[in-house]
Design a protein around this ligand. Structure first.
Ligand code: SF4
Length: 362
């Protein structure tokens, strides 16, 4: 709960506001030892897997949460801390959080999809990933991305409540401009979150879309969600996203050899991106740039039918995008060998191989 919600709840037990607020602050800032009488249950960290990257150590940590029904074994939630070094040489960390155990969206390239959806996480279980990073691993992340296990729009109430806590200045106090929610294109969720962004203190929230294929045929083949909300509907929702701060929407494109890497795909990506603004050399023509495309080399899931792209393929595709006026950047892969990179989170021991169909209507 947020600090204000906690103050009200504690007041119901006769705790005065200053006492409640102090305990809440100390719980987030100092940890459990400093919080005195406030002893909230935090899912324990089961294990940490570390891998070196050129910018520092990537740490994937796994926490344990209760199963989805009585008698069911406990479940594992994966989160990843990713280091980044700024041009000034300062190292910061991005925390990639999970919003569900497993996922119902069934994207064919994704490890998490192989599990099916087991259950959605509560707001507390989402915030606990930040708490464990800060007080279990000892790294206070400055950025949070909802790009771990699960589709955030499939668990939107919990995600919104978790963000309210994460940005609370008495709690984790992560700047809202440093929190990004990533979706495969649930248009109903994009619209709902867009309405939330109109609230005071929310307008700089980041939004990312996993595009991954620029035509409906190819996209529906690798991302079943596209059969419900096609590219035109998704683009319309993104163009309507409130951008009072000038924040750009992030379009993620996972480059998969043999799936979405041809010259035709380059032309189609450029056509999809055109309404968001076009780069002409260093100049922007038409409307201001509203979106940036992040090119991500595919990180093979277990038993993947596709390999990772060669470095030269990624470079050529990026060049092709820029030549077509797309404002595109390349995302470096970190944590691939420990199955901690994008699209690789998931626990092979608890796979159900049951993909829950997308049931929510507009
Ligand atoms: S890519 Fe995201 S939405 Fe798609 S199956 Fe994986 S976790 Fe779910």
């Amino acid at each position: 709960m947020t600090a204000e919600e906690f103050v009200v709840a504690a007041g119901g037990h006769g705790v005065r506001r200053p006492t409640a607020l102090e305990a809440y602050r100390r719980f987030y800032r100092v940890g459990k030892d400093g919080a005195g009488w406030l002893d909230a249950a935090v899912p324990p960290v089961l294990r940490v897997v570390r891998e070196e990257s050129p910018e520092g150590e990537v740490a994937k940590f796994i926490t344990r949460v209760p199963g989805d029904r009585q008698g069911m074994e406990e479940l594992e939630v994966e989160s990843v801390l990713i280091p980044m070094v700024s041009s000034a040489g300062r190292r910061t960390y991005t925390l990639c959080v999970s919003s569900q155990v497993g996922c119902a969206m069934g994207c064919t390239f994704c490890e998490t999809a192989q599990m099916g959806l087991i259950r959605s996480l509560t707001p507390g279980e989402i915030v606990a990933q930040w708490w464990n990073a800060a007080h279990g691993i000892g790294v206070r992340p400055s950025n949070i991305v909802f790009m771990g296990m699960g589709e955030p729009m499939d668990n939107l109430d919990a995600v919104i409540q978790a963000i309210a806590v994460l940005k609370d200045h008495n709690g984790p106090h992560v700047a809202i401009s440093r929190i990004t929610v990533s979706t495969v294109g649930r248009v109903d969720g994009i619209r709902r979150l867009g309405e939330k962004v109109a609230d005071p203190g929310w307008h700089r929230l980041g939004l990312a879309l996993s595009l991954n294929a620029p035509n409906d045929t190819d996209r529906s083949a690798i991302m079943p969600v596209n059969r419900k909300w096609n590219l035109a509907a998704v683009r319309e929702a993104l163009l309507a996203w409130p951008r009072r701060s000038g924040n750009k929407v992030c379009i993620e494109y996972v480059l998969i050899p043999g799936v979405n890497d041809t010259a035709r795909h380059l032309d189609e990506v450029a056509a999809f991106m055109r309404p968001f603004g076009v780069l002409d050399g260093n100049r922007v023509s038409g409307r201001p740039l509203m979106a940036v495309l992040n090119l991500i080399p595919y990180n093979p899931r277990r038993n993947s039918p596709w390999p990772a792209p060669a470095e030269a393929q990624v470079a050529a595709f990026l060049e092709g995008l820029i030549a077509r006026g797309v404002f595109a950047k390349r995302r470096r892969t970190k944590g691939r060998s420990m199955m901690g990179a994008c699209g690789q989170l998931g626990n092979e021991h608890i796979r159900r191989r049951q993909v829950v169909p997308i049931t929510i209507s507009d």
